[in-house]
Design a protein around this ligand. Structure first.
Ligand SMILES: Cc1cc2nc3c(=O)[nH]c(=O)nc-3n(C[C@H](O)[C@H](O)[C@H](O)COP(=O)(O)OP(=O)(O)OC[C@H]3O[C@@H](n4cnc5c(N)ncnc54)[C@H](O)[C@@H]3O)c2cc1C
Length: 524
């Protein structure tokens, strides 16, 4: 038995960022991770063939690069090996009619591509990009502040002071709009609307879901203004650097150490019991980077003592799942829409707003989508160090899929477990890619497929393969993430806190949840 100030359940990047800050503040910390590999959804490994490094989950590290944590600790992270690869050609979409549109960090390049569709859309793009710094100040402040009435009032006051009542209401309207409403208000070309709307599908914002417009808006403007950032050699560069920081500050990070129970006495968390039977004591905090459903009846066998909280954790809503297909390739895909697509970090394959809405609805109804949205990541187009010379890896994210399969919208795959279905479904995905990039299969040297069930096996926070650990719809975001009254990482159990994607400010590699909690506990 050892005694620590803070014990962390799970070594996702939020826990690690929190542990790093608290360790540097003098806290004695220990991070326990059930998996043999540290990093949760941010890991890199040779899943297919030796020498081919694949990002298991997150590939795009722009949120980490732009985070408050990175701003504060850039030097420390760098000294522990953090290295980024900067992307110029960020994201694009290829379409069934042979056209494509893409956003590069060079405004004139993007504008020239837009001009092929519509002069009005060029003008709108230039206007939005010009206004972005003024808008971003408020949105980033909102997303980077704790969910307290005081912080919210401060953001609203600043917004009103800088933009007046009309401007403030316009920002509010953007926050409430669906992707389709905002995109159709602003752009006239379906190809452009569709390219931007694909960002909503990285979360669970299909085109008609209220509150989703802000994600296509922020991603488009941020990619245009700052480009995108990948990890040099793999996304796990941030994990290795975070672990280095924690250890250098005296903290412990233990892999293969599953926490079976959070011990509680007198209404306060006192430590953890590992699956191995070992007990460890935490005098100031137990910080659980887990999915809400893992608490009551599991990590807290007796519950939290607050029936309302326990019910809310059980009812926490997960988003549809994801399948990941990792390919080792002889060469990048030959995109029929244009060879320039080979330079892009992401090529989205999502033909229209309606198709995306249908895909989401099919997944929600338990049906395998006939046409899933594909995010085809080409990390070696940016960072060749991830594969042997001249070879490539492809990172294919398949959105959105049901956790339990009740049927197939294409009527071809019999319902069954994901273990039984995943190979057939992966063939559907490859067929779709080949319809845009012929003969891809001939370039495949190796493949590794992770169904939604496999994702959950690798990381239990990805419930049903939900890559964002909980729906981000308005009723479960902001003051309601993970539940009303608990948006500040607090729980009804004294000294027990939640961190991670299920908590404010949600999924992604921005480390906001872990860092804001760390500052709340240990000061700035
Ligand atoms: C396929 C996929 C693609 C993604 N792509 C991107 C992207 O490109 N860009 C981006 O910004 N974001 C992306 N995301 C989202 C982002 O990666 C996650 O939101 C983020 O990494 C979650 O971090 P976290 O701190 O919540 O913890 P997680 O990464 O979920 O890690 C939690 C850890 O806790 C461990 N754990 C759970 N229970 C226990 C226990 N009882 N005992 C011990 N350990 C336990 C788990 O094993 C896991 O290692 C993606 C996610 C996935 C899955």
């Amino acid at each position: 038995m050892s005694e620590f100030d803070a014990i962390f359940v799970g070594a996702g990047h939020n826990s690690l960022a929190c542990a790093a800050h608290l360790s540097l503040k003098g806290w004695k910390t220990a991070v326990f991770e059930r998996s043999a590999t540290i990093g949760g959804a941010v890991r890199t490994a040779e899943y297919t063939l030796p020498g081919f490094r694949h990002d298991f989950g997150a590939m795009n590290l722009s949120l980490f690069a732009g985070s408050a944590f990175h701003r504060k600790y850039a030097n420390e992270l760098k000294s522990h090996g953090l290295e980024f690869a900067q992307v110029a050609d960020c994201f694009a979409s290829a379409f069934p009619d042979g056209k494509w549109f893409g956003v590069s960090n060079d405004l004139e390049k993007t504008a020239a591509r837009l001009a092929a569709f519509s002069a009005a859309d060029v003008a709108t793009w230039r206007r939005l990009v010009g206004a972005f710094p003024g808008e971003a100040e408020h949105l980033f402040r909102l997303l980077g502040s704790p969910m307290s009435p005081r912080a919210l009032a401060g953001t609203a006051w600043n917004l009103w002071r800088k933009k007046g009542i009309g401007g403030a209401l316009e920002t509010g309207r953007l926050l409430l709009s669906s992707p389709r409403a905002w995109l159709e208000d602003n752009f006239e070309t379906p190809h452009v609307q569709t390219t931007l709307a694909a960002w909503g599908m990285h979360l669970d914002f299909a085109p008609d879901i209220a509150g989703g417009a802000v994600f296509p808006y922020l991603e488009s403007m941020a990619n245009q203004s700052f480009g995108m950032v990948l990890g040099k050699g793999g996304a796990d560069t941030i994990i290795r650097a975070l672990v280095g920081m924690v250890k250098a500050a005296g903290g412990k990070v233990m892999a293969g150490a599953e926490v079976a129970e959070i011990t509680v006495a007198g209404g306060r968390a006192t430590g953890v019991r590992l699956a191995s039977g070992d007990f460890h004591v935490a005098s100031k905090a137990v910080i659980a980077g887990v999915a809400p459903k893992a608490l009551t009846g599991k990590l807290l066998p007796e519950g939290s003592g607050d029936a309302g909280f326990d019910a809310a954790m059980k009812k926490f809503r997960h988003a549809p799942g994801t399948m990941m297909i990792h390919l080792a390739l002889d060469d990048l895909p030959d995109w029929s829409a244009g060879a320039e697509l080979r330079h892009f970090a992401y090529v989205h394959l999502a033909p229209s707003l309606d198709a995306m809405s249908r895909t989401y609805q099919q997944a929600m109804a338990g049906t395998l989508p006939d046409q899933p949205v594909l995010v085809v990541g080409q990390p070696t187009a940016v960072d060749p160090s991830r594969a042997p010379e001249g070879k490539h890896v492809l990172w294919v994210q398949v959105r959105m899929l049901p956790a339990e399969i009740l049927g197939d919208a294409a009527g071809k795959i019999a319902p069954g477990s994901w273990d039984a279905v995943k190979d057939a479904y992966a063939e559907r995905v490859l067929d779709i890619i080949e319809s845009y990039a012929p003969c891809l299969r001939q370039k495949i040297l190796g493949r590794a497929i992770f169904s939604p069930l496999d994702l959950e096996r690798e990381n239990p926070n990805l419930v049903g393969g939900d890559q964002i650990c909980g729906s981000h719809h308005l009723a479960q975001n902001f003051l309601f993430r993970p539940a009303r009254g608990f948006a500040r990482w607090n729980t009804p159990v004294g000294n027990l806190y939640l961190t991670g994607a299920a908590t404010w400010p949600g999924a992604g590699t921005g480390a906001g949840s872990g860092f804001m909690l760390a500052q709340q506990l240990g000061g700035n």
